[in-house]
Ligand binder design. Structure first.
Ligand code: KG4
Ligand code: ZN
Length: 327
């Protein structure tokens, strides 16, 4: 028994449907079905119109997948949550509209969720006893945001990237090296063979007082290094170590300034092993999502809605629209 929440994310190039059971106030991920679109590889980046069309074509099958992973019929679902933004508007619209239709058809509540809250909750749900306030670092292809989380659902922005997101930088440097898309996994693989001190690269925002991030200068330095013919593995290792160092050091400074010990790290780049190791050695208490919940997925959106359900929010978000930018 318990309540069964269905979560949908179609914010970018992954079609995700997850199912979470809430029992005695505790969430458990029962299913996390995902279609990671492959068509974008030939372009070296995500083509928005192509992404929307693929979501439309795949979402029925991904829902079926999720239900069979969970071993429940659709009629068991007691609430539906979908991402309203931020993301690609056309892509978001598919999952949001699909979710509303599903909830209407089932006669259940509908929650429109913030994508970043999904990433954060993917990490938090594994650590239900995490004290408040704590820090949350979201590092993905579209975001590099550091929040102070004061209470469930209460986020205060502490720092953000001034230009490229960390994952975007991984993707761009991978493209320079001809490693394909998405670039994060390819760079980290090449980095294992390279020397992190092999290529001299700048330290982003060294000496700043605030807690922002910047990766475009690093990206430009990588481009110049590629043109001068450095070893690709060394460049990958050197670039990765600069990104990791910048993320960990800035988070550490923020933690010290705010008097906090715990940080949850999530988003696609949280899959990076070097980043995980550096955080473990940082002196902070760091918490990561399970590996299958790092990148975009539907389960994290259901997890984000758990607090709404537990707080007695009836879930009447029928008017919610897809938003490319959402504060
Ligand atoms: O969270 P996500 O799936 O999508 C967004 O909301 O953006 O993150 C995707 C990003 C991509 O930029 C990808 O290159 C990066 O996460 N990524 C990684 C790794 N795996 C995925 N970056 C570094 N190391 C990885 N192992
Ligand atoms: Zn994401």
């Amino acid at each position: 028994e318990g309540r069964y929440l269905l979560g949908i994310d179609t914010s970018c190039d992954d079609t995700g449907v997850g199912i979470v059971r809430v029992q005695n106030g505790k969430p458990e991920v029962l299913a996390n079905a995902l279609w990671s679109q492959k068509v974008h590889r030939q372009y070296g980046g995500v083509m928005p119109e192509v992404a929307s069309r693929e979501h439309v074509e795949r979402i029925d099958a991904i829902l079926e997948d999720a239900l069979s992973q969970a071993g429940i019929p659709l009629s068991t679902i007691s609430a539906v949550a979908a991402t309203r933004g931020p993301g690609l508007v056309g892509a978001l619209l598919v999952g949001l509209t699909y979710g509303k239709g599903l909830a209407q058809g089932l006669g259940v509540s509908f929650y429109a969720m913030h994508h970043l809250e999904g990433h954060i909750q993917a990490a938090v749900s594994e650590h239900p006893d995490l004290p408040f306030p704590h820090l949350a670092l979201v590092v993905s292809g579209g975001h590099t945001h550091l929040f102070k989380v004061n209470a469930p659902g209460q986020y205060e922005l502490v720092g953000a990237t001034r230009d490229d997101a960390a994952g975007e930088a991984f993707d761009k440097v991978a493209r320079m090296l001809g490693l394909g898309y998405p670039g994060g996994p390819a760079i980290s693989k090449a980095a294992e063979r390279g020397d992190p001190a092999g290529v001299a690269l700048p330290r982003p925002l060294l000496g700043q007082k605030g807690f922002d991030f910047s990766f475009s200068g690093l990206k430009t330095a990588c481009m110049l290094a590629v043109k001068s013919g450095v070893n690709a593995d060394d460049l990958a290792a050197s670039f990765q170590s600069r990104v990791v160092e910048s993320l960990v050091q800035t988070t550490k400074r923020a933690a010290r300034a705010l008097g906090l010990k715990h940080v949850v790290v999530s988003g696609g780049v949280a899959a990076n092993q070097a980043l995980r190791t550096a955080f473990k050695q940082s002196g902070l208490k760091s918490h990561f999502p399970p590996m299958h919940l790092n990148t975009d997925n539907g389960a994290m959106i259901a997890l984000a809605a758990v607090k709404n359900v537990l707080a007695g929010d009836v879930g009447n978000d029928w008017e919610a629209e897809a938003e490319a930018y959402l504060p």
